[in-house]
Design a protein around this ligand. Structure first.
Ligand SMILES: Nc1nc2c(ncn2[C@@H]2O[C@H](COP(=O)(O)OP(=O)(O)OP(=O)(O)O)[C@@H](O)[C@H]2O)c(=O)[nH]1
Length: 229
């Protein structure tokens, strides 16, 4: 196995924004062109681990709930416009007692997926507190996406789709409802993030900016009226 191109890696600039430079990859075992770090955040039991495992392995690992201790990660390489994009996805513990551990990782993340559970109102109400943490600890130009998970549990829903949309609009971030159980919108969420990060990195000055919200909308129309929510 060989590396097709030198991967791009992030360099932190003084004003807190990130820049990417071409660097030779040391390992010959990793077949990718660009690598990004993505973090999953949200209250305990909203489904962060299940969303990650659904994306990584294409399966729902439900059943007994085992809370994440500290932090864990998985890699997945996806194709974006003929480039191999490696997403290193950090799964954080939602429990309060691990917060100081996870804060240390925010700074390295280029994207954050912020989850709540549509059957758990406090997990939605806490999104504002999570966004405050993001503001305090993450890079200024970090890509954020809001996900309302467990959309398969319609009978137990307590957070309306419109409330998720409204909150996302208020903060200017994309929003989708997902289900780690059925898999709906899980791949799309990660692919949209990968596309956004790839375009930010490789965009030429004369190229039009990639529109993340428009991309998500267009995928929604491709796959039917309600596939994103
Ligand atoms: N029905 C349904 N159940 C889900 C879904 N996602 C997760 N669950 C269940 O919710 C519980 C918690 O899921 P986890 O993925 O472990 O939650 P977490 O956010 O990683 O929790 P912490 O590790 O404590 O932060 C488990 O019992 C899962 O089976 C989903 O989309 N639908």
């Amino acid at each position: 196995m060989s590396i097709r191109k030198a991967p791009l890696t992030r360099k932190q600039s003084r004003n807190g924004t990130s820049k990417y430079v071409l660097e030779r990859c040391a390992s010959i075992n990793e077949y990718y062109d660009i690598a990004f770090k993505v973090m999953l955040l949200g209250d305990s039991s909203v489904g962060k681990t299940c969303i990650l495992l659904r994306f990584k392995d294409g399966a729902f690992v439900g059943g007994n709930f085992i809370a994440t201790v500290g932090i864990d990660f998985r890699n997945k390489v996806v194709d974006v416009d003929n480039l191999k994009v490696k997403l290193q996805i950090w799964d954080t513990a939602g429990q309060e007692r691990f917060r100081s551990v996870t804060h240390a990782y925010y700074r390295d993340a280029q994207a954050l997926l912020l989850l709540y559970d549509i059957t758990n109102k406090p997990s939605f109400d806490n999104i504002r507190a999570w966004l405050n943490e993001v503001h305090d600890y993450a890079q200024k130009d970090v890509v954020i996406m809001l996900l309302g998970n467990k959309s398969d549990m319609a009978a137990e829903r307590v957070v309306k789709t419109e409330d998720g949309e409204k909150l996302a609009k208020e903060y200017g971030v994309p929003f989708m409802e997902t289900s780690a159980k059925t898999g709906i919108n899980v791949e799309l969420a990660f692919l949209a993030i990968a596309k956004e990060l790839k375009h930010r990195t490789t965009q030429q000055p004369n190229e039009p900016k990639f529109q993340l919200l428009d991309y998500i909308e267009s995928q929604k129309h491709k796959t039917g009226c309600c596939s994103l929510v």
